[in-house]
Design a binder for this molecule. Structure first.
Ligand code: 13P
Length: 230
């Protein structure tokens, strides 16, 4: 039996999958996760409950679609294609979080009704057109909806969030779900006002400058506060 490679990364992936379900942003065996490893990637197997999944069950896949181990996620095409197209990220996380999917079943793009829409890198979080799960058509639709963004909704399906790390992808997926929930609730009072593009440009620039949401800001990036004792 060949030795399992990348054990630490596999363990971290199982951990993130379990967190995804424990936090309520995913249910059952829905959702999937991939992580770039050099010129290959690791991806969750198809239809295996996360609470019984072991690090050895994680599938190693090459960009030509060949793999070692269990049957990979039915969504391996969009994981492969996103990782190939987007050299700015190393993690693709897909889940069926309830509020994001509520908007996705109505094919609603999330506008900048709240400044946090900017966490996905633009003035909107787009919703892709519908395509059958597991198909190249869905992968093509996802690539389009993710253009210039770190997250998108998938029409009548769910959401995709990207990250440089497993933790940042989970963080973003949770933010997308929270923004979606706010938007669904805001819509019950009518169409909320939308922040203008020039304000969203400031928000997005500020988020980038501060690495917003990813821990204490790097020194020098806050123009008011100074660390104690300095
Ligand atoms: P897999 O179990 O094959 O990853 O499918 C889950 C899913 O969410 C399909 O979109």
């Amino acid at each position: 039996m060949p030795k399992t490679t990348h054990l630490a990364e596999r363990k971290a992936m199982v951990d993130i999958c379990r967190k995804m379900n424990a936090s309520g942003i995913n249910q059952g065996t829905a959702g999937n996760l991939s992580l770039r490893i050099g010129d290959k990637f690791l991806i969750t197997p198809s239809s295996l409950p996360y609470d019984t999944m072991t690090p050895e069950d994680i599938v190693e896949m090459a960009f030509d679609g060949t793999y070692v181990g269990l049957r990979p996620s039915s969504e391996w095409r969009f994981h492969r294609d996103i990782l190939k197209h987007r050299t700015d990220i190393d993690v693709v996380l897909h889940c069926h979080s309830v509020y994001a999917t509520t908007l996705a079943v109505h094919h609603k793009t999330i506008p900048s009704f709240h400044y946090m829409t900017g966490v996905a890198g633009g003035t909107t979080i787009r919703c892709s057109r519908y395509a059958t799960f597991g198909t190249q058509a869905l992968s093509d639709a996802a690539i389009e909806a993710l253009d210039g963004r770190l997250a998108c909704l998938l029409g009548q399906h769910g959401q995709i969030s990207l990250g440089k790390s497993l933790e940042s992808a989970l963080w973003l997926a949770t933010e997308v779900e929270t923004i979606s929930r706010l938007y669904v609730q805001a819509l019950t009072l009518g169409d909320p006002p939308i922040l203008p593009d020039d304000e969203m440009e400031r928000v997005i620039a500020q988020m980038k400058r501060m690495s917003y949401g990813h821990g204490p800001e790097p020194e020098g990036s806050n123009d008011v506060a100074r660390p104690r004792g300095k």
